[in-house]
Design a protein around this ligand. Sequence first.
Ligand SMILES: [Zn+2]
Ligand SMILES: [Zn+2]
Length: 479
Amino acid sequence: MEDTLIDDVPTKIITQIYNEDKSLIKKLKFKILSPEEVIYSSVCKIYKDNLFESKGIPIPNGLFDQRMGVLENEQGPCWTCGEKIINCMGHFGHIEFVKPIYNNIYMNQIVNILKCICLKCSRLRIDKNSMKFKKLKKIKNPKRRFKELLELSKESKVCYYRNTENPEKSEGCYYTLPASIKLVEHSKIIIEYDEKSEKVKNISAEKVLFIFKKIDVKDLKYLGCNENNKPEWMIWKYYPVLPPCDRPSNMANPTTRGEDFLTMKYIDIIRQNNIIEKVLNSEYVERTIDPPSTKSTKRKKKEYTRNELPILIEMLQYQVMAFSDYSSLPPAVAQRLYKKNPKCIKQRLIRKDGRLRGNLMGKRVNYTGRTVITPDANIKIDEVGIPEKIAKITTVTENVYDINLQDLKKRIIRGPYKIGGANSVELKNGEEIDLRMDKDGSLLHKVAMSLKPGMKVKRHLKMEILYIIIDNQPYINFL
Ligand SMILES: [Zn+2]
Ligand SMILES: [Zn+2]
């Protein structure tokens, strides 16, 4: 049985196909998106927070800029690729942050890297001439190596490593290293020094970016990074903007349109970014906010000063976090930003109805079923019992030869509803006759009489040796 299978498709041909077909994916690598890549894949810079002009035309450099693709047929072809909606996949845009913002999915990695380097000169916190470092070099598993480095870095108190043999080659900048670096509320990094100095301070993303950029390329390897995944890329300077087709408007009727949650979040991010830009460029900026009570029609004005800049940047950080994963926000902020059940990026991917398990993974198809299988006192020890209902669904396609012609005729006459029957017959020209369409039994006889070698019959399972794929359920997947 197995031999014939291999004869059908010679192995040589298989290897040839695999070598010649360049479209086959051999490897898949995940990497950190670099600022250059964001800019390279972007077709326009987005900095306007309103979407449409009066006549419903998208505003250039707004979130529906037609260079990113169009949403309605009336708008004409896409400005970038010239294709109609159905063929245009959409093109990314980008937002340029005035101040760097942490990419919140890498917060733990950022903190761990900070724990391994000097905050002043970005040198590794380890004596490179020591035996410990030589041992560390030999560890091949990057995860284990980084873990080991993290342990060793705890021992250093001051960034100075004396070379006893050659004092001139001693390394370090004499900077007192902080006693602890902590992550607070998923977005803030707090640095604590020894009790003597009692300094506790909040380190900004801008400062971390400055530190990361100075890291020696040779040291990247020990920090679990490399030239294609630099630590400074874990901080956003340019933020990618999804094309409009990934966040389509909800058109209830032609006059009112509801915007997608992601579009609304982009608007918040752009507004916050613009406020910060204005504050940086002038002493203060005025922003109108709605009055708390309906009695006074006057709008109150709120002023921001430069002193409030850290708070404004923190708010932008929260907006960026809300876009990808609102559950990482501090509860008080989350309550203020949302009403209920926001569809952020994470919410769209996870769970059973998410993009991965709901849209990309396996689907139920014809001729498959889900059931219990069982041993039984009445069947042999090496046999498996399957319920009748399933035996009637999971059919076996049998080619008609002279030798099995009579048997298959009987099965066709037995019909699709009794066990031991057949569900359909495939003619020589590929046409299929569904026996379940038969009303009075005349079709069954007609088909059975005309059955000839060369046709195919989809019959129910019988007592036989079969190769079936049995899949051990249940799985519990948490994606
Ligand atoms: Zn296009
Ligand atoms: Zn140093």
